[in-house]
Design a protein around this ligand. Structure first.
Ligand code: FBP
Ligand code: MG
Ligand code: MG
Length: 324
């Protein structure tokens, strides 16, 4: 059996600053720890609701809080991290360090699946911190193109870590000893696909062009697309996006009329931006239905955005339909 490179070995050859590599290693270590806690589930009494809501007004799971604390502690212990922001924290936290980096994260993505043993994950984004001063919330509001690294861990049948630093996208698998081993040296998304992912139960609430695009897929070979489409929806963004990185597909979480004032469900800074950098670096596209998500100028820490990402030609078709 070939010897697989571990994370440290891969980082050593990656053309990025030693400082950003050190922060990535800290986050990867926290994800390995989270993987153990998630895997132990009810054994440690970690399943179920925490009995409180977060800034999103969503009921928190115990593991939302436990995983948030694991990342918080790891990042507070890293002198290269000046500040952090999380889905589970109302405001930013500063660490006392100055300069270096800011980290935003979704400590547990797919929370609705945690009690039913379906894949969940952690999503993170690394941004440059302001020099010489403690960061403020405004310093976190950088367009996604300013990310210096992004990644996610998926806690499924395997625990995997998907990363992009300077270029390209790679994936590691966690081995039994807690080492991240490089198993996917070059991740690329096919330009075409016959598989879409959307929560179909919201169909009656969608607007055009999402309604028309999905109708086209559902009509299959006999319809305007002239081919049959399959559907998947795990309801964990990490798992749905991971599948798309591995075998292509299109993922949509659009605006819908259930909450018309909300642009979408997913959060820009710690869900859409890191996933968009990974998808674009893997040759896919990621838009708000029309424009690249990575070009959006954020205005709020927990800002939401509609998301259409995946195989480039399908995402382009949705944008083209929006322009008709
Ligand atoms: O339950 P729905 O409406 O299908 O939404 C599922 C989406 O919500 C999320 O669970 C939101 O993320 P969190 O679990 O981190 O809050 C995404 O992972 C997923 O894509
Ligand atoms: Mg999430
Ligand atoms: Mg979450």
């Amino acid at each position: 059996m070939t010897t697989l490179t571990d994370l440290a070995g891969w980082l050593a050859n990656e053309p990025a600053s030693d400082d950003v590599k050190a922060v990535v290693a800290v986050v990867a270590g926290a994800c390995a720890e989270i993987s153990k806690v998630v895997a132990s589930g009810a054994i440690l009494g970690n399943l179920g609701a925490a009995g409180q809501v977060n800034v999103q007004d969503e009921e928190q799971k115990k593991l939302d809080i436990i995983t948030n604390d694991i990342l918080r502690d790891a990042l507070n212990g890293c002198p290269l991290v000046a500040g952090l922001a999380s889905e589970e924290l109302e405001v930013i936290e500063t660490t006392g360090a100055v300069g270096g980096f800011l980290v935003t994260f979704d400590p547990l993505d797919g929370s609705s699946n945690i009690d039913v043993n379906v894949s969940v994950g952690t999503i993170f984004s690394i941004l440059p911190a302001p020099a010489g001063v403690a960061p403020s919330e405004a310093d976190f509001l950088l367009p996604g193109r300013r990310q210096v690294a992004a990644g996610y861990a998926v806690y499924g049948p395997q625990t995997m870590l998907v990363l992009t630093l300077s270029q390209g996208v790679v994936a590691f698998t966690l081995d039994a000893d807690g080492a991240w081993l490089l198993t996917h040296g070059q991740v690329a998304i096919s330009a075409d696909t016959a598989e879409f992912a959307i929560n179909m139960s919201n169909q009656r609430h969608w607007a055009e062009p999402v309604r028309g695009y999905i109708d086209g897929c559902l009509q299959g070979k006999a319809g305007p697309r002239g081919k049959n489409f399959n559907m998947r929806w795990v309801a964990s963004m990490v798992a749905d996006v991971h599948r798309i990185l591995m075998r292509g597909g299109i993922f949509l979480y659009p605006w819908d009329a259930r909450e018309p004032d909300k642009p979408g469900k997913l959060r820009l800074l710690y869900e859409a931006n890191p996933m968009s950098l990974i998808v674009e670096r893997a040759g896919g596209r990621s838009t708000d239905g029309v424009n690249p998500i990575l070009d959006i100028q954020p205005t709020k820490l927990h800002q939401r955005v509609p998301v259409v990402l995946g195989s480039a030609n399908e995402v382009a078709l949705v944008a083209e339909m929006a322009a008709r």
